[in-house]
Write a protein of this length. Structure first.
Length: 290
């Protein structure tokens, strides 16, 4: 319920400034994310930064893009999700169960939900809330990402964090600040019409996006490779249903191509959606032996 995309919300406008850091703590990218939202198929999303300048227009006819044509990278997508949809990662999880614990952060005690795998060794996703309340203050999601949510304000019955810090393995990764959050008092349909120079509708098959695996398998390497350290890169096409349609090894030791191809053909991904409709995805998958 805590996202800003529910059908019961009035149209809104948000402006978020962000800084991205590398593993040495240096500020490598800075930018502004802006969104005008009036519905699942009626929004305008704008990225303005040193490495991405584009505007997406969602319409009933599809998604159109003005400016740069690449898809936002992982960090740029995370800028939006941490503010607008902080539980987006939880929606990708399958085969898990929840467990409640209390955690201590300095002088704070938070009520946390651990989302653990039903089998295997689990590195649980965590969502921690203020005691006796529903305000999200901390999360641990994909990989080593940990997020702290501060300067909480109410907005249309939701709790919105205006200051967000994301670390990756304990090191700064993203710092986000909500500069503007407001209702759109009057929706002008003309504001959501893509200009004639916009490219679209986007769909059918896309590349440069980040499909989410929900089932993986390990390669059965030939004996000649088992004692070596290497990586095989495989180009794949993922169908609309999330299953791998084709796989072709393109780099790494050639005698490992078949093992990697056979393995990734068994992978299953969460279907990649554009405006709620699944599309095919071209991607590169890595099989490593360490």
């Amino acid at each position: 319920m805590n996202g800003l995309q529910s059908t019961d919300l009035q149209p809104w406008h948000i402006v978020v400034t962000y800084d991205q850091f590398d593993e040495d703590g240096d500020n490598v990218h800075s930018g502004v994310y802006e969104e005008y939202w009036a519905g699942a198929k009626k929004y305008k999303r704008i990225y303005k930064s040193d490495n991405l300048n584009e505007t997406d227009y969602a319409t009933e006819k599809g998604l159109y893009r003005l400016g740069d044509q690449q898809w936002p990278d992982r960090a740029q997508l995370q800028v939006r999700s941490e503010i607008v949809d902080p539980f987006s990662y939880a929606a990708t999880l399958v085969g898990f169960h929840g467990r409640n614990i209390e955690r201590i952060f300095g002088d704070y005690k938070l009520q946390c939900v651990l989302i653990e795998r039903d089998s295997e060794i689990s590195n649980p996703t965590q969502y921690c809330f203020e005691r006796d309340g529903s305000v999200l203050r901390y999360s641990k999601g994909f990989g080593w990402f940990q997020t702290v949510y501060n300067d909480i304000v109410p907005f249309q019955g939701r709790s919105l964090a205006q200051a967000v810090e994301v670390t990756d393995g304990g090191k700064p990764y993203l710092k986000l600040r909500v500069e503007t959050i407001e209702l759109i008092s009057h929706v002008d349909d003309a504001d959501f019409v893509p200009p004639p120079t916009a490219i679209g509708p986007l769909g059918a098959r896309v590349s440069g996006v980040h499909p989410v695996p929900i089932k993986t398998s390990f390669p059965q390497w030939p004996a000649s490779l088992r004692s070596q350290h290497f990586t095989v890169t495989t180009e794949v096409v993922i169908g609309k249903d999330g299953h791998v349609v084709s796989a072709h090894g393109v780099s790494g030791p050639a005698e490992g191509y078949k093992a990697c191809e056979d393995s990734v053909r068994k992978w299953v991904f969460k279907p990649y959606l554009i405006l709620g409709e699944p599309v095919e995805v071209e991607a590169k998958l890595l099989c490593s032996n360490n």
